[in-house]
Design a binder for this molecule. Sequence first.
Ligand code: NAD
Ligand code: DAO
Ligand code: ZN
Ligand code: ZN
Length: 368
Amino acid sequence: MKTKAAVAFAAGKPLEICEVDLEGPKAGEVLVELKATGVCHTDAFTLSGDDPEGAFPAILGHEGAGVVVDVGPGVRSLKKGDTVIPLYTPECRECDYCLHPKTNLCQSIRTTQGQGVMPDGSSRFSLDGTPIRHYMGCSTFSNYTVLPEIALAKIRSDAPLDKVCYIGCGVTTGVGAVIFDAKVEPGSRVVVFGLGGIGLNVIQAARMVGARQIVGVDINPEKVALAKQFGMTDFINPKEVEDVVEAIVDITHGGADYTFECIGNVNTMRQALESCHKGWGESVIIGVAGAGQEISTRPFQLVTGRVWRGSAFGGARGRTDVPTIVDWYMEGRINIDDLITHTMPLENINEAFDLMHAGKSIRSVVLY
Ligand code: NAD
Ligand code: DAO
Ligand code: ZN
Ligand code: ZN
C-alpha cells in the first residue's frame, strides 16, 4: 500500500512529506493506522545527527496512537479495530529481561530495532524501491506503520488518541519514573530538574503519590505557572542563586528524598545527585545526555548513602502498564490536555521542531 509519511532523508534537514510504499504485516506483525503522534526531543536528537544509532533515510516518530488495520500470521493478542499505542520499549514477556523483576528493557528485538529494521532484518517502508528505515521500532510520522505485536499496547477504545498518544513516551517516562522506578513514598521531598514535557509529568506523579514538597529547578521562569498548576510547591532558578545544591539542601531541610534530572545535562545530573539527602536520597537520571558525555561526582557522595540510578520509559512494561496509565488519564488522575500546547497536520510537522527548539511548546501533536 501507499502511505503519507514525513521522511528524514538526511541529518539536519527538515522532514519531507512523501507518499511511500508500505508492505503489509508479516508473521508476528501488525499494520496500524496512526491517528496522532507527539513530537519528542528524541526525534529532534536523531534528526540533528547526534544520535549514534541514527541512520537515514528514516521515518521518525515514537509517540503515537492508532487503530489496528490488519494482522500478520500468528498474531493472537490483537485484532483489526483494536486501539493501540506503539511501544519503543516492547514487552515480549519471554526474554530474560522481561522475566527479571528489576527491568522493563525487553531485549527480544533490540538489535534489529536499533538498526531500523523489523525483526526479520528487512524494512516495510520504501520509496522508489529504496528501503527507508523504521525508527525506534515505531515510525509514527507515517499515517500507517507496521510494528511487531510485542511492541503494541492495547488500550481502551474510548480514549482520545490526540491526547493519549503522549503516553507513548513523555507521560509514561515522567509518571513511571516516580511510580515504577523510584517508587516515591507519600510525604517525600522531591526535586525536579527541568520543567519541560518530562519534568511536568514527574511533578504530577509526585503530587499523585502524596509528596509533601515538590521543588522545581529551571533556568526558564516562564515554566513556573504550569509547573505550579501541576503540583510544584517551590521553584529555584539556578541563575538567581549562588549555589543551586546549597539552595536545594536548604529548602528541603537537609536534602531531597528523591531528585529527577529531566534535562539531559551532565552538570545538572551532578547537582541532582548532590542535592539528595545524606544517607537515603535517590537521584534518578531521565535526561539523555549528548553522545560521549560523562557524569562525575565525588565517590564519597555515594559512600554516604546517596543513590544514583536511571530510568528508561519510566520503568514501564508497556503492554502491561500503558493501558493502566490510559485509565489514570480517563479517570482524571493525570492531566495530559494542558501539556499539549500545539497541534498541526503532518504537512506542518517541521513547525513542531521549530517550536521545540525555541522552547515555546511543551508538546506538539500531529493529527492525521
Ligand atoms: P524540555 O526541553 O521540554 O525540558 C527541559 C527543561 O530543562 C526546559 O524547561 C529547560 O528550560 C530546562 N533547562 C535546560 N537547561 C537547564 C539547566 N542548566 N538548569 C535547569 N534547567 C534547565 O525536554 P523534555 O522533553 O522534558 O525532555 C527532557 C529530557 O528527557 C531530554 O534529555 C530527553 O531526551 C529525555 N527523555 C528521556 C527518556 C527516558 O526514557 N529516559 C524519554 C524521553 C525523553
Ligand atoms: O534496551 O538498550 C536498550 C535500549 C533502551 C531504550 C530506552 C530508551 C530511553 C531513552 C531514550 C529516549 C526515548 C524517547
Ligand atoms: Zn520520546
Ligand atoms: Zn522481552
